[in-house]
Design a protein around this ligand. Structure first.
Ligand SMILES: NC(=O)c1ccc[n+]([C@@H]2O[C@H](COP(=O)([O-])OP(=O)(O)OC[C@H]3O[C@@H](n4cnc5c(N)ncnc54)[C@H](OP(=O)(O)O)[C@@H]3O)[C@@H](O)[C@H]2O)c1
Length: 292
């Protein structure tokens, strides 16, 4: 495959809020941190090289969060890529904290979100964050209060576009009464379809849907993937990504990796053309998984 084909460009574009076009294959920067999404990476030079290679391959949407590391993922992005090339969108998040390896605690209170945005601005060396995502609704804070805080930060010029993560359709509707929502990030893959109705809703409302854990597949799903991958001379991962790209024109996968080899393989997935039959077979896998 030549460099022209090996480009996120091949996946086409999707527009964030009708304002910012990005290639429809992004990069998730969570896996660049240490084990358990905690601390610095074992191979710092390698992590910086992955980020630079992603941008060289046309990736212009990078997903991160203040809690990845914590702080480490955002710091690596700035170290690798600042001053940022024109058109590069960094989407970060706040409201879900990482007090230790593999641990999460909620805090989407207005005061915490304000200080989280200030921290991300500093670490990313930005005056304004292009896309800021509420990481997850906080069960003990009014959802409206969290979203209103992000709307205020947008009015103050610290955030350009507001987005959500780990939400239901009802959350999106409630948030949209306060501020335009440009993307929604939920767990989703061909084998994991809990949020199908949110994907459909986002498509109707022209909201970008960002699937996290986009490569997720169990044993049954793995067997089906392997068979289709073999027929396309592709890897199972590429088939999982190609299915997502076919699922909706508003889909923006962000496969995460700490390896340049895997990054290149993931970007090359944009060139894999699944048949209608492949797509149908993959679309029915979740029923097999659910019935076990
Ligand atoms: N909003 C949320 O709550 C939330 C939650 C989780 C993640 N996210 C975001 O979503 C992004 C992606 O999610 P994720 O990291 O959980 O899942 P993922 O992208 O589905 O999987 C990453 C795992 O797959 C491996 N991998 C990646 N490419 C591969 C390839 N071509 N071949 C074989 N293995 C490969 C990676 O290992 P190697 O490093 O060895 O390649 C890593 O262990 C994250 O980076 C983060 O930005 C958001």
């Amino acid at each position: 495959m030549n460099e022209k084909e090996l480009s996120a460009n091949v996946a086409g574009y999707v527009s964030l809020g009708g304002e910012i076009p990005v290639h429809r294959l992004g990069f998730g920067a969570m896996r660049l941190t240490g084990k358990g999404i905690w601390g610095p990476p074992k191979d710092r030079k390698g992590a910086l090289a992955v980020l630079r290679r992603a941008v060289a391959l046309g990736v212009n949407f990078i997903d991160t969060a203040d809690s990845y590391g914590p702080r480490v993922s955002e710091e690596l992005i700035a170290e690798a890529l600042f001053p940022y090339p024109a058109g590069l969108v960094i989407a970060t998040k706040g409201g879900w904290n990482r007090p230790g390896p593999d641990q999460w605690t909620h805090d989407a209170s207005p005061s915490h979100l304000r200080s989280a945005v200030e921290g991300s601005l500093k670490r990313l060396r930005l005056d304004r964050i292009d896309v800021y995502q509420l990481h997850i609704p906080d069960p003990v804070v009014s959802f409206e209060a969290s979203v209103e805080t992000l709307a205020q930060l947008r009015n103050e010029g610290k955030i350009r576009l507001v987005a959500l993560s780990n939400v239901t359709q009802e959350h999106i509707e409630r948030a949209r009464r306060i501020v335009p929502i440009v993307s929604v990030q939920n767990r989703y893959s061909f084998a994991d379809r809990e949020w199908d109705y949110v994907v459909d809703y986002c498509e109707r409302k022209e909201i970008v849907f960002i699937p996290w854990f986009p490569l997720g597949a169990g044993k049954v799903a793995g067997d089906v993937l392997n068979r289709i991958a073999l027929a396309h001379h592709a890897s199972p991962t590429q088939v999982a990504l190609a299915w997502l790209l076919r699922r909706s024109p508003m889909m923006l996968p962000i496969p995460g990796t700490s390896s340049i080899e895997h990054l290149e393989e993931n970007v090359a997935a944009a060139s894999v053309r699944l048949t209608d039959e492949d797509c149908q077979t993959l679309s029915h896998v979740s029923e097999l998984v659910d019935s076990r």
